[in-house]
Design a protein around this ligand. Sequence first.
Ligand SMILES: Cc1cc2nc3c(=O)[nH]c(=O)nc-3n(C[C@H](O)[C@H](O)[C@H](O)COP(=O)(O)OP(=O)(O)OC[C@H]3O[C@@H](n4cnc5c(N)ncnc54)[C@H](O)[C@@H]3O)c2cc1C
Length: 446
Amino acid sequence: MTVSKTETLILGAGLTGLSCAYHLRDGARYRIVEREAQVGGLARTRQRPHGFLCDGTGHWLHLRREPTKKLVDDLLGDNLEARTRRARVYSKGVFTLYPFQANTFGLPKDVVAECLKGLIDARFNEEHGEAKNYKEWIRQNFGEGICKHFMYPYNEKIYGVPLDTLASNFASRYIPQPSIEAVVDGALGLSREALGYNAQFVYPKRGGIGALGESLKAGLERDVELGRQPVSIDLPRREVKMDDGETIAFDHLVNTIPLPRLIELLVEGDAGSVPEAIVAASKRLRANSVLYFDVAIKGAPKEHQDYHWIYLPEREFPFYRVGSYSAVERSLAPEGHRSYYVEMGHYGDVDPSKFEQGVMDGLKRLGLVEDEDDILFMIPNVLSPAYVLFDAEYEASRAAVLEWLESSRIISVGRYGRWQYNAMEDALLEGMEAAETIAAARGTGE
Ligand SMILES: Cc1cc2nc3c(=O)[nH]c(=O)nc-3n(C[C@H](O)[C@H](O)[C@H](O)COP(=O)(O)OP(=O)(O)OC[C@H]3O[C@@H](n4cnc5c(N)ncnc54)[C@H](O)[C@@H]3O)c2cc1C
């Protein structure tokens, strides 16, 4: 059987894999394979019936670093437009501003009082030891009222697991921690500042977020091999066997597919080359899945139907968030129509058909759907893995697997290649850095 040879083989053409290929430049020196028929991974845009374009739930770009700002500008140029967040929280029958903890104005007065008093107690009156888990961490930082009315139910709905099984401060980068002054202002309806990491973002004017991956692909010096996936990886021989029988020998392997799957492929290729401890550690890596529905509706949006996204902490709604693609970018829906994504978090298998009615009822209660006959489609999708779970086993298991891969000269990068919580900007950077590592290894003859 013939064995093809490439200097670098990239597994997965999401933003990380595409960015790596783009920065490797010379198309004669790499190959890139992707299981799906389209590039972009999580950040791809699907063409839906009636001319709707839907991303894989909301994908808004936050660019903070110069190399990624320049890269995205080179790729998208004037297709990119700045947007200012229009987000709300819906609870107790009212829409309040986001984030909940700094904007309780509009909620029933007893709820506002409970939130303020709880925060003041947590910050000034209570003694806290080091938080042992995520539930304790949010309780220490926000107090009982905010936790009861938002943090506990909202986070349980996203992650699908008990919050005391998660590590203490994994989400601190993403959760705004306002000052007492901002919280008091927010309780009185005086909030001035946009809080949080996602108050402003950029988004393409044409093509949805998928335009980013597509423009990376267009800039490659060779084609992405779509609809192909590995069935085993033989580490001692440094060869990957593909599902159509081809064997590809590589010097460098850049992995962006989920870490547990990579280890399975390595075991399949040569079980003896993967230490048992690494196989065991990879099996301890857990993630939830996100079921979401793309929903298309006839009729132009009224004000409350046109928020960019709405957080829903209450359990009577099966979903934790509803976003609107068309509210962010009108061209994603045909004229006189609107479109949404409705997200639900789970741990373990999920059957979308069990959630359709609950989603429909919730959308009606929210006033996003007035008449069921206006709905053009409601298409379910499952992202799995979606959010990696930072539990007690996470740090040590992940470190063991990544260290072993590094010692085996496999570069594993990206959201699931490093089994982490990251954003599109990080994915672009990690792909860029993987390409630099390979270029540097060439210099040393490694
Ligand atoms: C619900 C959700 C919302 C998000 N919202 C935002 C946001 O608003 N802003 C933001 O910046 N980031 C957001 N992110 C994060 C963002 O999607 C990721 O950081 C980024 O897309 C990760 O890119 P990646 O290439 O590392 O991974 P992926 O996109 O997962 O790419 C991996 C690729 O590998 C392919 N693949 C998998 N298995 C195989 C296999 N066996 N063989 C071949 N190919 C395979 C996949 O099909 C995929 O194309 C969100 C993530 C989620 C889950």
